[in-house]
Design a protein around this ligand. Structure first.
Ligand code: TRP
Length: 374
């Protein structure tokens, strides 16, 4: 969720708490005082909802106009979409999650050692259920490091659950931020610098979410992250690697049809939030590897000629039979591209961790001090 005008920070989530805290600095004091309790930074609900609907409506009206229809992928992740995505991660064909988790399990002692401070702020972009992150957090705990964990996600339903389970299971401090990536990371940094605790940061961007950006956007995104980094901070990113297309096609077309439901949920979201009249049965999910562009493409294809009315926009949208809405890409990388993207973003690839089959790579970056001078 966008964190427009978010000022009020509410509630200790593992109580029925209602106490309102006014400033970020106070939140951190609060967290310190109440060791083992999590917080979710909250937005002004109604305003944000209205604002979000306006943005969504605008993007839908632009995206569905004319030929070559497409919608920004972030709209796939409403609360239903985020839950479906968690299920995708458990599907036997969807290897990235398992593989990334195995890499983390193997290398987390090494990663933890690279961060030689005793106290660290861990910021995670698109944290979801934080299942994989737990592996790292447990390692930090085993090494007696003190951690404040800032999960950032657009689904606050999932954030709530996660914050509760992490604080109770691991007893670490959690400050959950429901926001889009760039606003969320800025907010986390503000809290860190205002409170002056745990200035050393580990920033996580897992799950090959970097692959959902266009390569050029990915570089801009990394530059944005780099701006928030200081000397000694570390950035860990999960990249899915280029591989045999049969394996890729299977991963994005799971037999249980969860990816299909995840994709089609976007139409249901339009129906719900913008009073659209999509008949979801008249569209089908397709995903395939575009070998030339080295990306999985996910589309919704119209099964027949149809006109769809969206009441919020008071407009009809025409779909021909076989016409698609392009909903997401998932770019697959190789080591050269990973190095290039780092170079173009003022980062240095310090280390990389891979599974034995080289299906997936966790790349560890630090900032390149010389970059600014150029
Ligand atoms: N980050 C995930 C990935 O790139 C998102 C995802 C899941 C996805 N299923 C998808 C992207 C299907 C495109 C198509 O793997």
């Amino acid at each position: 969720m966008l964190d427009l005008g978010a000022r009020r920070i509410e509630g200790r989530i593992n109580r029925v708490a209602t106490e309102t805290v006014q400033t970020n600095a106070r939140v951190v004091r609060n967290v310190k005082r109440r060791e083992g309790h999590g917080l979710v930074v909250q937005n002004r609900k109604q305003e944000v909802t209205r604002e979000l609907a306006r943005h969504f409506a605008f993007d839908v009206s632009v995206g569905l106009r004319g030929k070559r229809k497409s919608l920004p992928f972030r709209y796939l992740y409403d609360s239903a979409g985020s839950k479906l995505f968690e299920q995708i991660c458990l599907q036997p064909e969807y290897y990235p999650t398992r593989t990334e988790a195995s890499i983390l399990a193997k290398f987390s002692p090494m990663i933890a050692q690279l961060l030689n401070n005793r106290a660290i702020s861990v910021i995670e972009l698109g944290s979801g259920k934080s299942t994989k992150t737990k592996i790292l957090l447990e390692q930090f705990k085993a090494m007696a490091k003190e951690v404040v964990y800032f999960p950032i996600d657009i689904s606050d339903a999932i954030l709530h659950e996660t914050a509760v389970s992490l604080t109770t299971e691991l007893g670490i401090n959690v400050i959950a931020i429901p926001a889009e990536y760039s606003k969320g990371i800025k907010k986390a940094n503000k809290i860190i610098s205002k409170s002056r605790i745990f200035p050393r940061k580990l920033i996580l961007f897992l799950g090959s979410s970097i692959g959902n950006f266009e390569p050029r956007e990915a570089a801009a995104f990394l530059r944005m992250i780099r701006e928030t980094m200081k000397e000694g901070d570390v950035l860990l990113i999960g990249f899915d690697l280029h591989k045999d297309r049969r394996m890729l096609d299977a991963a994005y077309n799971d037999k249980n049809g969860i990816t299909a439901r995840f994709n089609l949920n976007l139409l249901e979201r339009i129906n719900m939030e913008l009073q659209g009249q999509f008949d979801v049965d008249k569209f089908a999910h397709i995903a395939f590897y575009n070998e030339k562009l080295r990306r999985i493409e996910m589309h919704l294809v119209s099964k027949e000629d149809q006109n769809i009315y969206i009441a919020y926009l008071d407009k009809f949208f025409h779909f021909e039979r076989g016409e698609t809405i392009h909903t997401e890409n998932s770019y697959k990388y190789d080591m050269h591209q990973i190095k290039d993207i780092a170079k173009g973003s003022g980062l240095i690839l310090k280390d990389r961790f891979m599974d034995e089959k080289k299906w997936f790579c966790l790349a560890l970056f630090i900032q390149d001090d010389c970059y600014q001078k150029r």
